[in-house]
Design a protein around this ligand. Structure first.
Ligand code: PEP
Length: 249
């Protein structure tokens, strides 16, 4: 059975002291939940977060990584560096990386390969822009993003892939896809996987929704049959809000 997952993407927020404070708050909120819980602090705080959460039911994950193992890539971090501090999962393809740092499907395919070669799990993000939805092109865009970065993979790779549908128009805007819009797209994604890899793989992949998920809308969104959790931005920066979302399962 596929897993329910709630992952917090902290983006470029929280220095060391703030990271430690938020982690203490999170640990206070932690209780048995029906979802796997993950947080993605900034690179500089990953190690201390891993140390602080060693005994907790919260996985520390990375917001990004480079595809190369090492070398002349100033400012970058590799999969083996992440693994060496205990990070086993990486977010790839976030819309902010695509829009602000020029990450293309081809580059993301290389990052995906590197993460898998290092036995890492991937939360792979994709989603349409507002104009794509207005012009009824959102299904094509989403299918293209998945196909271009992931469809070269063998079926066996999919046990390490989590998908995150994040319509760009809903990220950080306070505007969320309706539960019905999320379900419609998640169902389409699962059908796309089914057509390529078969029903068993399609049914085993967790598909998260991201885009202004808050305590007051999480329950309804997560109640949809093809929505297996959330990738949370703003609301992940407050432990009470984040756990209210986790406990929506
Ligand atoms: C995100 O950045 O992945 C995200 C979903 O942000 P927010 O929840 O703030 O919309």
């Amino acid at each position: 059975m596929r897993k329910n997952i709630v992952a917090g993407n902290w983006k470029m927020n929280n220095d060391l002291a703030q990271t430690q404070a938020l982690i203490s708050d999170l640990v206070e909120q932690t209780q048995t939940s029906n979802a796997e819980v993950m947080i993605a602090p900034t690179f500089t705080n990953l190690y201390s977060a891993c140390e602080a959460l060693r005994e907790a039911n919260i996985e520390v994950i990375s917001q990004n990584m480079h595809f190369a193992k090492n070398g002349a890539y100033t400012g970058e971090i590799s999969a083996c560096m992440l693994k060496s501090i205990g990070v086993e999962t990486v977010i790839l393809g976030h819309s902010e990386r695509r829009a602000q740092f020029g990450e293309t499907d081809a580059l993301l395919a290389e990052k995906v390969n590197a993460a898998l070669e290092n036995n890492m799990r991937i939360i792979f993000c994709f989603g349409e822009e507002l104009n794509d939805r207005k012009t009824d092109n959102h299904f094509n865009v989403v299918k293209g993003q998945i196909k271009n970065a992931l469809f070269h993979l063998p079926e066996s790779a999919w046990k390490n892939i989590i998908l995150a549908y994040e319509p760009v128009w809903a990220i950080g805007t306070g505007e969320t896809a309706s539960p019905e819009q999320a379900q419609e797209m998640h169902k389409f994604i699962r059908e796309t996987l089914d057509n390529k890899y078969g029903v068993d793989t399609a049914n085993s992949v967790s598909i998260l929704y991201g885009g202004s998920v808050k305590p007051n809308n999480a329950k309804e969104i997560f109640s949809k049959p093809d929505v297996d959790g959330g990738l949370i931005g703003g609301a992940a920066l407050n432990a009470i809000d984040f756990y209210a979302i986790v406990n929506a399962f």
